[in-house]
Structures are given as C-alpha cells and as structure tokens.
Design a protein around this ligand. Structure first.
Ligand code: 4AD
Ligand code: MG
Length: 477
C-alpha cells in the first residue's frame, strides 16, 4: 500500500478505511494518542496506539519530533477535537528524536528562539502554514502573468550595473582579499578578476527586463535580489525575492492598474486555496493582538484585512497631495512624527506612509509623481521638470510593498539624468541603446515578495516568512 497524505485523508475521510501514513510526531499523550503531522496540512491526524499490544521499546521512541510510519484503520473518532482517527495496527519508528535534545517541544516558543533553529522551525504549525501560503502565492504570481500572456524572463543574478543607483551591492569576486592585483592607480585591478570587471549581485532585474520587454512586449521576472543596506528592521532582508513586470507601450496609469489587479488576484487566490492555514494564522494573530494594549490593536483580523484589500479600490494620490495632507496632519502639528514634514521634496519615512494608509485613508494607497531628486535615474521626467512618473504602493502594517514607474524613454532626457546623478554612462551603453532603436513608452514595477507574504500571513517580522533569512550579521544555515 502506498502511503496517504494527511490532507487527502482528512479532506475525504469517507473514502478511506485501511490507511498508511508517514509523518512526524507533534505530541504523544497518555502513552496512547499521537498527534501526527506530515506537512501537507495544518491539521494533525490523531493516531491511537494500543499500548498493550505495542512493545515498550517502541513506545519509548514515540517522542515529539520522531518520524514514524503507521498502518491502521481510519475510523470515526469518539473523542473531542477531531472527527476521525487512526487505530494503529503497526507502527515503525523511521527516525528517532531524543526528547532531551530536540529543541521544538510542544509548548510556545518565541519566534526569536525559532529563528536560531531555522532548520527545524518548519515543523511547527505556524511556520508550516506560512511556508505553504508562500508556495501557493508564488504559483499564483506565475499564473496571473501567464494568464495575461506575459513572458517569464530569467534576468541575471550577477551584474555589472547598479540598477537602483543606490550603491548597496554585494561584490562578486574571486580575487584574493589579502593580496589582490593592483592597477596603475594603486587600486584593485578588477581587470584581473573572473569577469574582467567589477561585478555584484543584482539589486533588481529591471534593467534587463526592460530590454526583453522591448522585443517581447510584456515580460516579468521573479527571482532573488540582494541589497547590502544596513537596515535592521522587520521589513528588510539582504536577500529577498522580487516580482518585476515590464510592459512596452504602457504608461503610468496602466502600470498602476496592473499592480492593483495583480495584488488582488494573488490575495484572492490564497483566500480560496489556503482556507485552513489562513484560519489558523488569523487565530494566531488574534491571540497576539490580545496581548497588546487596546490602542495598539489592529481593528481588523487577518482574513478581514485581506478581504478588505481584495474588495476595495486603492486610493491614488500624488506625492504633492500627500505632503499637503501630512503637513496639516495632527501628528505633524503636534510634533509627534520623528521626522517632521516641513517642505515639499523630502522623502517619506515609514511613519508618514503608515499615517496615510492606516489613519488618513484607511486603505492601500498608490502614491505617484514623486520629486525627481529622491527617485532613481530611469524614471520618466514630468513636464514640470521637478517630478517623475514614479508610483509606490503602500500597505497597512507593511508600508511600501511596490515600487515602480514609467521609464524615461527619451534618450536625451535620460542621458542628462544619468550625468546629473553622477552615474557611469559607459556601463549603461546597452540600456541607452534601447532608447536609440525603437524606443517605446514603457513601465514596470517591483513587488517585494516577502512583504506580500508578510501581509498575507499576518506575521510581524520579515525574517519569519522566508525559509532562511539573510540580514546584517546573520547568514546561518
Ligand atoms: O522600490 P524598489 O527599490 O524598486 C526597484 O527595485 C525597481 N527596480 C522595481 C521596478 O520598477 N522593476 O524595490 C521594489 C520593492 C519594494 O517596494 C519592496 O517591496 C521590496 O522591493 N524591497 C525589499 N523587500 C525586502 N527587503 C528589502 N531590503 C527590500 N528592498 C526593497
Ligand atoms: Mg522603493
């Protein structure tokens, strides 16, 4: 008999009688009741051991964390808490877990503790639910773009350019750090390096995606990106996954429409496909909220929040309008913001974004037309010569989830921007070529995948929605 997955057994129990299951023991109670989980669902399967028929040597090894194979009969359960259970006919211990040293015991562990045990934390209900939702979300992302005829492009991980012009890159080199070759100017001679030039891990696949959009029309990338920014926050990773669509013949409005439709599609997808995991995480969040003082509690539960985003229009306002709202806001007038909004042109901090989203509009917000000075070189200059066709999507509890723009398609304007910002034009010769040959108005955006997962799962820290987080001073596992 092949073994059965718990998700199938528990989904249609009437179809099964004799069963074989394999999984890990979550708990073993009264020398009789195993709560078994195999990772296919949030639900455990109760397996009832007849201890009189089972060797003492086996009973001793049925410990939390042990891997077991069980054959038996699926029957209606007499007990509370489950509708069916397995009467165990035979049990084999496939992998023991020493109760003295196995760290994931059946009690509440803090997320901080579990981060140190990142290789084992997926055996908890919370992390397995988060990781299943992460998987379903990634599939929904591909499905959304594939349904729309977008072409999936694999942009390079190793690049020679700094797509965001922010200088926050991890260098890729094979040179000996103790004894690098030196050039005529006494600097490191990267001509002698593997690629014959300076290279780094990509911060974004956008520039390469743009080249492919200018031949395939609509494309997207979905891959890992790397940023060496020293941001030790609950929203930043040094290695994160980003979804970046890029569309030829598309202006900013079309870009905003696509981003909004895209987010709603993926969230709606998990409402349909991840009901049990979401219900569990909804409850987890509700319990966590209860420990907070009243005024800090979120007025909405997790599922309610997701539905709210799916069902309501995002608010669209310009940066200039946002500054007016913020300038006249209570926290600004009462000097409650850490960074007070005094003049047009300043970058928005997360406290400002959260005020707009959570207090003022109480909805996701798309902010557009930012000052050119605070945005990347590739964004299209507006007629006012002060603002660019940028758009950021801000989410409750998260802040910025999407950053995008209409791209500068005019060669002369782009070259001027690159020079003004002191960026190396030579490196971008191929990017400039796109503006010389068949240039089109085009747009795209980047959605930080982990920020979407953070929102979708109601977790509080981005380190808990990626299997092995990379953050400053931390690259274990
Ligand atoms: O706003 P960003 O920097 O935009 C770009 O990289 C553009 N090239 C995208 C494009 O137009 N194709 O980053 C996009 C998104 C952010 O909105 C945020 O969600 C996420 O990437 N992000 C991070 N997520 C986790 N950790 C970090 N350190 C992140 N930095 C950005
Ligand atoms: Mg951004």
């Amino acid at each position: 008999m092949t073994s059965h997955r718990l998700v199938d057994l528990l989904g249609n129990p009437e179809q099964y009688s004799k069963v074989k299951v394999k999984g890990w023991v979550r708990t073993f109670r009264a020398n009789r009741f195993i709560a078994l989980n195999d990772g296919s669902t949030i639900e455990n399967l109760q397996c009832v051991v007849d201890f009189e028929q089972t060797a003492e040597s086996i009973l001793k090894k049925i410990n939390t964390g042990a891997a077991v194979e069980i054959a038996g009969e699926l029957v209606e359960s007499m007990g509370k808490g489950q509708s069916v259970e397995v009467l165990v006919k035979s049990i084999e211990i496939l992998g023991e877990a020493d109760p003295e040293t196995y760290p994931i015991q059946p009690k509440k562990h803090s997320f901080e503790f579990l981060r140190e045990k990142a290789h084992l934390r997926v055996r908890t209900a919370t992390f397995s639910a988060v990781m299943r939702i992460r998987s379903v979300l990634s599939f929904a992302i591909h499905q959304f773009f594939q349904n729309k005829g977008f072409c999936y492009v694999h942009t390079p991980i190793i690049t020679g350019s700094d797509a965001e012009g922010a200088g926050e890159m991890f260098r890729v080199t094979v040179l000996d750090p103790k004894n690098p070759p030196i050039d005529e100017e006494e600097g490191v001679d990267y001509k002698k390096d593997f690629f014959g030039k300076e290279t780094n891990l990509t911060v974004s696949g956008q520039l390469e995606a743009e080249t492919y959009a200018q031949g395939l029309g609509n494309v997207y990338t979905f891959g890992p990106t790397f940023r060496a920014e020293n941001s030790n926050t609950t929203r930043h990773l040094a290695e994160f996954w980003m979804i970046e669509p890029e569309m030829a013949f598309c202006e900013l409005e079309g870009n905003m429409d696509l981003a909004e439709e895209f987010i709603k599609y993926t969230l709606n997808h998990i409402l349909e496909k991840c009901e049990k995991d979401l219900a569990f995480l909804d409850q987890r969040l509700a319990n966590e909220e209860k420990t907070k003082p009243q005024h800090e509690r979120s007025p909405m539960g997790l599922i309610e929040k997701i539905k709210f985003v799916v069902e309501n229009d995002f608010k669209r306002i310009s940066y200039t309008e946002a500054i007016d709202i913020l300038k006249n806001s209570k926290p600004n007038k009462k000097k409650k913001f850490e960074f007070l909004i005094e003049e047009w042109g300043t970058d928005l901090q997360s406290e400002h974004e959260r005020f707009l989203v959570e207090k003022h509009f109480n909805a996701p917000v798309i902010l557009f037309d930012y000052p050119a000075k605070i945005k990347a070189f590739y964004m299209r200059m507006n007629a006012d010569q002060k603002t660019v066709r940028a758009m950021d999507i801000l989410f409750p509890g998260i802040g910025e989830i999407v950053g995008g723009s209409q791209r500068e398609e005019r060669l002369d304007v782009l070259e001027k921007r690159i020079e003004e910002m002191g960026i190396d034009k030579e490196e971008l010769w191929w990017y400039l070529d796109l503006r010389k040959f068949g240039s089109t108005p085009h747009s795209g955006f980047g959605l930080g995948f982990e920020r979407l997962v953070l929102f979708a799962t109601g977790m509080g820290n981005i380190r808990d929605v990626i299997p092995f987080p990379r953050t400053p001073q931390n690259a274990s596992f």
